[in-house]
Design a protein around this ligand. Structure first.
Ligand code: GDP
Ligand code: IMO
Ligand code: MG
Length: 425
């Protein structure tokens, strides 16, 4: 049995897509366990660049099973258009995708509410406006529409009507127009026929694969600090993005998971609102954004950039029980004379190496300065081939995470990667 979770250790966009794509070469199945089309995972193969939002990042490798599990929220129209785009680009096997019939459907009123709220609050959270939050709200208040419920068109309209009724006061309050259930059901009709044959009980499918000794990658979306329970609440997404979410989001027990790999970008980024103590609003931040091409893969928004935060990494390591890390975008730091890293926090109750997640507004980062390096890193395939200062930077991250780096990524291309340990072993 071999289940490996790939989880973002920061605020998302750590490079999960690239790492999952690399691991898929040695895997049999790739399973997305949380989130929806708020995710944007970038895959680069040769000159081809693809951003997947709902479809797992394993899709570029034919012959591997790709699964959307029940912890996800699925926008039918977006799923179909993503599948069509992949087919046009030569990945016809996308039709073999399996989708949980217990995943919830993002419907037009979810997108409407998400947009209206963002507008009214002036973008306080800065959601992706994909309807993700309102869809999970419906799931929790037990008026959600699972994909399995789409099978019976007659009862569907009644269910949608009940959900809309629950939203109607909110929609009116926000100045929106309450949609009719009939129109909502009609709007998704063209996609229903395409999605229904993909539906199955994915929790059994995945458990059977694990029992048969297959290698399964559980692909996280978002990141630990955006997790609804463990993130910088309320500036979070609405799902269980952390590694524990793989169990509830797929429907497998914790004993089925052998390894948890935390994705750590060599610096930090955040899209949308919320605390970001090491954020740089200066030329260094601008440089990270430019060299790292830090613009949202979903919304195109410039990502906020800042120095690496080791207390946040210690926190993510604990929450996820990391067994190893994958460090990404080390190459982006080339050329800085010196690099600052947050090693501790000054809080009202003293100095701490822990991440003061509920006191970030009254805490300040304590930085240590590290020497930089001038060499380009993209050609390195062994850690020893990196400049000594870059190796020291990697060691410092490993020490804070409390585990070794199984992968160090030194460029966005597949081959620009140092793979040190087979993560499945
Ligand atoms: P994800 O959401 O975690 O999958 O990450 P995104 O795809 O949203 O953002 C990561 C970006 O960094 C993408 O544009 C990747 O192509 C790129 N990327 C991934 N690893 C590296 C790396 O090691 N170096 C550089 N320069 N870019 C990378
Ligand atoms: P990947 O998988 C970065 C952020 C949004 C917003 C907050 C809530 O590509 O790493 P939501 O639309 O989920 O209700 O927005 O979460 N967010 C992400 N930030 N990467 C992501 O996904 C994100 N998914 C959501 O910007 O601040
Ligand atoms: Mg992303």
């Amino acid at each position: 049995m071999s289940g490996v979770v790939i989880v973002g250790a920061q605020w998302g966009d750590e490079g999960k897509g690239k790492v999952v794509d690399i691991l898929t070469e040695h895997a049999d199945m790739v399973v997305r366990y949380a989130g929806g089309p708020n995710a944007g995972h970038t895959l680069v193969v040769g000159n081809e660049k693809l951003v997947v939002r709902l479809v797992p990042s394993g899709i570029l490798r034919a012959g591997k099973e790709c699964v959307l599990a029940q912890g996800m929220v699925v926008d039918l129209g977006r799923l179909v258009s993503e599948m069509d785009e992949l087919k046009t680009k030569g990945h016809a096997h996308v039709e073999r995708l399996r989708v949980s019939d217990r995943a919830h459907a993002i419907l037009p009123y979810h997108i409407l509410v998400d947009g209206l709220r963002e507008h009214k609050s002036g973008g306080a959270i800065g959601t992706t406006k994909r309807g993700v939050g309102p869809c999970y709200e419906d799931k929790a208040r037990r008026v959600g529409i699972t994909l399995g419920m789409l099978r019976d068109r007659e009862s569907l309209e009644k269910r949608v009507s009940a959900a809309i009724e629950a939203w109607a006061p909110t929609i009116r309050d926000l100045g929106g127009e309450v949609p009719l259930a009939k129109d909502v059901v009609e709007a998704i009709e063209p996609f229903r026929a395409r999605v229904l044959p993909l539906l199955t009980e994915t929790s059994k499918l995945v458990d059977d694969a694990l029992r048969a000794g297959k290698r399964v990658v559980f692909e996280g979306a978002q990141g630990t600090l955006l997790d609804v329970d463990h993130g910088t609440y309320p500036f979070v997404t609405s799902s269980s993005a952390a590694a524990g979410g793989a169990c509830t989001g797929v429907g497998i027990g914790p004993t089925r998971i052998q390894r948890v790999i935390g994705l750590v970008k060599a610096y930090c980024t955040r899209v949308g609102g919320g605390p970001f103590p090491t954020e740089l609003n200066d030329a260094n931040g601008e440089r990270l954004r430019k060299v790292g091409d830090e613009f949202g893969a979903v919304t195109g928004r410039p990502r906020r950039c800042g120095w690496l935060d080791l207390p946040a990494l210690r926190y993510a390591s604990r929450i996820n029980g990391l067994s190893s890390i994958a460090i990404t975008k080390l190459d982006v730091l080339t050329g800085f004379d010196e690099l600052k890293v947050c090693v501790a926090y000054k809080t009202p109750s003293g100095e701490t190496q822990d991440f003061p997640i509920d006191a970030l507004d009254v805490s300040t980062p304590i930085y240590k300065t590290f020497p930089g390096w001038k060499e380009q890193l993209g050609a390195a395939r062994l850690l020893d081939a990196l400049p000594e200062t870059a190796q020291a930077y990697v060691r410092m991250i490993e020490e804070a995470a409390g585990c070794g780096a199984s992968i160090v990524s030194v460029g966005y291309r597949r081959d620009e990667t140092i793979v040190r340990v087979d993560p499945f072993v």
